[in-house]
Design a protein around this ligand. Sequence first.
Ligand code: ZN
Length: 378
Amino acid sequence: MDGESTKRIRDENREQHGRKKRRSDCGEKMKARNEKRKLQEKPLVTGCIRFYVKSEDDKVSVYNKMDKIKLCMAEKVSSVTNEQVLNAVFDFYLQLNGLVDDANDERNFNFQPYLPCDKKSTDEDMFLTTYSAMRNICSGIQHHNQTCTELLDVKKLQRFGHTAKVTFTCKDNHLVTADSSQHLPGGLFLANLRMIHSVYATGVRYSQYKRICDSANIGIVPESAFESHHNLYCSMTEDLAKESIKDAINEEVTAEVLKAEENDVPFYGINIMTDARHGWRRNAAQSDVVAIGQTHHRVVGLAVVTRQDDPVSQRHEIRGVENLYQHFDENDTSINIHGHDRNASVNKYLAVHQPQLVRRSDAKYNFAAFSYLDKLLP
Ligand SMILES: [Zn+2]
């Protein structure tokens, strides 16, 4: 083959591979590069894997797959040798099918299904995570492992309140970033909002919540976040509470009407039990007076009495009971039996204003229900 036709074939090849001819592809520069290549250390052993296919297309298909894998491993096909790609593919397949000797497999080096805790790791940062987020992290790692055989390790762990943004990286500097909790519309972390909900719903004060979180080392949501959600949370829970109370009253009425029909007696109304609890033990600023139905033990009425309503906290229960009867009137609900603890003013109020009532002022009236009420009002 003469020099001219070799050059033509080379140019055609270049055209096919989309590589432009550069100035360094001829003259002194090319000669210098070829000299350098000659000096490079040649491999001592050559291996040959021969494969047989039915058509030229099948052969090209194998080569194309090989190039694709090389491009996954590096930016250029030419920077990965055939030996490197074969080893990577073989290792990946063997690993995938559990055919690697564990002792020689560094990929298994730090996985332990039962992870013991040493003294040093007791102070590690903790964060909340969810089922969906764990699955997402698994997907991210699996996606990386499909294209890279290097091991992933935690590079960075940034905490946002109770959640964390975790960044994994491998020796090839691939990055996999995932959050420990999913986001709600608007971008807030579910786990953080759930904790805000738990603080509001249990009546724990911010300082107490902070102490718990500090001791447990589970991160903390700043007070400003609580303040920004306060109004929305209050209006929504108020609506839900009203709905729940309405449902509970309907349930009690239905149960009592059925009972009256069964026993062939007139329906006088529902049976309730009430009790009051002060918001704080000392110098009560507010009291919750709660009425629960006798049959289903669900809250059928709630009255909150504050110091502004009555400065004397001992009078809060009777004020609450008055408000409750107003609430039952507004809901067209009549009361038949009212059980409560020994509170003289409540007794007096019921005797004067609700003479139709059967009054039970002893705890034996319905011990189970009262103990339930006790649990409801800590
Ligand atoms: Zn990687």
